[in-house]
Design a protein. Structure first.
Length: 359
């Protein structure tokens, strides 16, 4: 019996050596994109932190449970940001702890757009807790003596481009595919290519209601292509609700609330019938906190504006003329559009003159 159990464990290690380590699949990256992409470090020009907890297949012993803490802060003097994260991912007898330091540089292209680059350096520790396994042959030292662990370095890279309300990002987590080849067991990290895109639409004249479609894709050489499609509906920048679809897995529901510096978000997976019956409930909760309200604008609109006197009507007219001239030079404008713009410009000028007379 001892030999049989030992052979089974050895075969298990051999299989694990061939199997790569996947990244946990969080869903509330919709409110905290630094989860997958280090280039978002400090992007909001505010110091903020998030705690994520994701539980899959509840009710089953040893089901995956992931905890993630992130901290992000700007370095405004050099258009940069830094971040820190620590993650604990537990799957059965396996436990993985990853600490990461992140840095991002935010290059302003113009008033409306920013291109950001980010790099993360990761320290990974993996543990196989053999002593927590249930075995019949308690005299086999291979099955009862403590645990096996390995520690190694990895890295991540990311880039994102923001233009007004459009956001496009690409990241490569676990770029080095780290793993200690000299350890008792070798689980290589899986290199991913993750793409993310979102756009925030105003759907009310008061800008109190906005819709944000978000798409995220995951690609790896040895894993089927995966994608998420989500849509969030924001109310007064205080509440959001939404729904999404994760390929070949589930439909999910999002709910979130903001109050002053605190943000709470909840996500629930409605798996397809077979997955739900076989795997049980999966859900995620996220708590966010902003350390004070920044007086600076996010890097996407971070204009270096000093305290100035109110703009005069003549300055406003000059700025408006420059904007209209630039619009006309772009071409493709019909005579009707040009006429409407000229009428609008004259109306604004008349209003400014009327305001000057009434001062």
């Amino acid at each position: 019996m001892r030999m049989k159990n030992s052979i089974l464990i050895i075969l298990l290690f051999a299989c694990l050596g061939l199997k790569s380590q996947e990244i946990p699949f969080y869903s509330n990256y919709t409110i905290n994109p630094i989860v997958y992409n280090p280039s978002y470090s400090g992007i909001n020009n505010e110091t903020e932190s998030f705690i994520h907890q994701r539980t899959q297949w509840t009710g089953f012993k040893g089901s995956p449970v992931s905890h993630l803490f992130t901290l992000s802060s700007p370095i405004s003097s050099i258009n940069s940001g830094f971040g820190f994260s620590i993650q604990n991912d537990q799957r059965g007898l396996f436990n993985s702890i990853t600490g990461s330091l992140k840095y991002a540089y935010h290059a302003k292209i113009n008033v409306n757009s920013t291109l950001s680059f980010g790099l993360g350096v990761d320290i990974n520790n993996r543990i196989l807790r053999i002593n927590e396994s249930t075995v019949k042959d308690i005299d086999d030292p291979l099955l009862t003596n403590g645990s096996i662990s390995e520690t190694f370095l990895d890295a991540s890279f990311g880039i994102n481009y923001q233009f007004n309300s459009l956001n496009i990002g690409i990241s490569i987590p676990q770029v080095l595919e780290g793993g200690d080849k000299n350890s008792d067991f070798n689980i290589k990290n899986t290199r991913y290519i993750i793409g993310q895109a979102s756009y925030l639409f105003n759907v009310s004249k008061s800008n109190k209601i906005k819709i944000e479609p978000i798409v995220l894709t995951r690609y790896s050489a040895n894993i089927p292509f995966q994608y998420d499609v989500n849509t969030l509906l924001h109310f007064k920048n205080m509440f959001h609700i939404g729904a999404g679809y994760r390929s070949n897995y589930a439909i999910n529901f999002h709910l979130g609330i903001k109050y002053k510096n605190v943000q709470i978000a909840y996500m629930h997976d409605f798996a397809n019938v077979n997955n739900y019956l076989n795997n049980g409930l999966s859900h995620e909760i996220t708590l966010g906190y902003k350390f004070g309200i920044s007086k600076q604008q996010p890097f996407i609109n971070n204009l270096e504006v000093e305290e100035q006197e109110p703009l005069s009507s003549e300055k406003i007219k000059t700025i408006l003329n420059l904007l209209i001239d630039e619009f006309f030079e772009s071409g493709g404008n019909s005579p009707e559009e040009i006429k409407r713009i000229e009428i609008m410009k004259e109306s604004i000028f008349n209003l400014l003159e009327s305001m000057d007379k009434n001062k």
